[in-house]
Ligand binder design. Structure first.
Ligand SMILES: C[S@@+](CC[C@H](N)C(=O)[O-])C[C@H]1O[C@@H](n2cnc3c(N)ncnc32)[C@H](O)[C@@H]1O
Length: 438
């Protein structure tokens, strides 16, 4: 399958020539106003009736760890990293003194977060070197919800590079061959709220995260509401009224994200975001196209597994209907609207990648010949993301039954169709945007 990539926005105006140090380095940028806590009061907030932000956690150390079951995301991230490095070279304006501060929002655990940290620090160092300037100190903030397994993330982290810059070592860090050129810190909290002091960040990124909603709209679990999500656990191919309620939460969330980053970033700083997106701007309930919608372990298969539990009398219909997956894939228009409403960013580039492949072709074809293996893998991919939400809803015993039924559904689907959801399966789209803080 050919992945269709549409470039929706590319700014005509390129930044000032890179050979002019003074044009691209603004020494006055790093002024952080006094009274740092003031920002917390004035900040746009997701004001959550939120259960999601309090419960959601990608599996850390468990069997279904995100460290092991994120290779699909990793494959796409490998394509994004060179684009991000180019954007840092092309669009950013850094101060010539003081640390360069970077934040990865929704970092989770594992190689994906560490790979981006390495890519960004290398790009920043190269940019300074190309300008004939001394290497800056770089501080990289790994940010996620408070329940994220930051300990695991830090235990996987390479040593600090030691030597001429007197950057020291992290003695209790796991022995690794590689080194890093940034100081690391964790920042717990929702990216729909304020996380950092005003005008303190130079590069901010977020991948695979902003399609997670801060909360489920109350109307979709209210039986008397026309938007009650009867018979389903998500919005794909469901009632337009339910999808509309989801879209309202997404709209608030996206706006809060861009407004808060607008406060936290310095002028000239780079914001890179990538999130799952939807092709059809009008039909909000068509989140994934077919056959992905049917074959996906977080979509059609996940729903079928819940139905199995209902049919077997393990849970009643109300229990299934009151579980709702907190994901919404906005269209390019919805993302652009939120950026515009924040008035804080200039869009340098906005692209939609349609029908992405999560796995390399050869791997997917091979997995399709082994339905049992694929069933277990796909179940774990779903479990790594949904475990805490499902267990909070039905407890660990019923949750274990759900994963078992999901594995069986995926295995049977693979045996029947001789495909895995991520090969020859159009339907999954992502949006990526490179923005510069005005
Ligand atoms: C699929 S992981 C993405 C990890 C990594 N960025 C990558 O590229 O693989 C999504 C992450 O977003 C986080 N997340 C979801 N909603 C969030 C929120 N409101 N604030 C901060 N993090 C959030 C989740 O906890 C999870 O760790």
């Amino acid at each position: 399958m050919t992945v269709k990539r549409s470039l929706l926005v590319e700014a005509d105006e390129l930044p000032a020539a890179q050979d002019d140090k003074l044009a691209s380095l603004h020494m006055s940028r790093l002024v952080i106003p006094a009274a740092p806590l003031a920002g917390f009061h004035g900040a746009a907030s997701s004001a959550p009736p939120s259960t999601v932000s309090a419960i959601l956690r990608m599996e850390g150390a468990g069997d279904a760890s995100y460290v092991k079951y994120s290779s699909g995301q990793a494959n796409i991230n490998a394509e994004l990293r060179p684009m991000l490095a180019t954007a840092i070279r092309t669009y950013t304006e850094f101060p010539s003194s003081g640390p360069i501060r970077v934040a990865d929002l929704g970092c989770s655990v594992g190689a994906n977060a560490l790979g981006f940290a390495e890519c960004i620090s290398n790009a920043v160092l190269e940019k300074f070197k190309s300008l004939g300037l001394p290497a800056p100190e770089i501080q990289h903030f790994f940010s996620d919800l408070p329940s994220n397994d930051f300990n695991l993330l830090f235990s996987l982290m390479p040593h600090l590079k030691s030597g001429e810059d007197d950057w020291g070592n992290l003695d209790n860090c796991r022995e690794m061959d590689t080194t890093r050129s940034y100081y690391a810190a964790a920042v717990p909290g929702s990216f729909y709220d304020r996380l950092f002091p005003r005008e303190s960040l130079h590069v901010v990124m977020s991948t695979w995260s902003m399609h997670w909603l801060s909360h489920i709209p109350t109307s979709v679990t209210d039986k008397s509401s026309p938007a009650y999500n009867k018979g389903k656990v998500w919005i794909n191919e469901g009632s337009p009224a339910v999808a509309e309620e989801y879209s309202k939460v997404s709209k608030e969330n996206l706006k809060a994200f861009f407004v808060n980053r607008g406060v936290e970033m310095v002028s000239g700083g780079l914001l890179f975001v990538m999130l799952m997106s939807r092709k059809d701007p009008c039909r909000k309930e068509i989140q994934f196209g077919q056959p992905l919608g049917l074959g996906s372990p977080i979509c059609g298969m996940f729903e079928l597994a819940w139905n199995d539990l209902v049919d077997e009398g393990v849970v009643d219909e109300d229990t299934r209907d009151s579980f709702n997956m907190p994901i919404y894939c906005p269209s390019a228009d919805e993302i652009t609207e939120a950026i515009d409403e924040s008035s804080a960013f200039r869009v340098e580039k906005l692209e939609i990648w349609e029908d992405i492949d999560f796995l390399p072709r050869a791997t997917a074809v091979q997995l399709a010949t082994n339905p049992e293996r694929w069933g277990a893998m796909a179940m774990n991919m779903s479990k790594t993301m949904m475990l805490t939400l499902v267990e909070a809803h039905v407890g660990p015993e019923v949750a274990a039954k759900l994963w078992d039924r999901l594995q069986k559904q995926v295995t049977a689907h693979c045996r029947r169709t001789k495909t895995v959801f991520c090969a020859n399966s159009p339907g999954c789209n992502i949006a990526l945007a490179f923005l510069v803080k005005k």
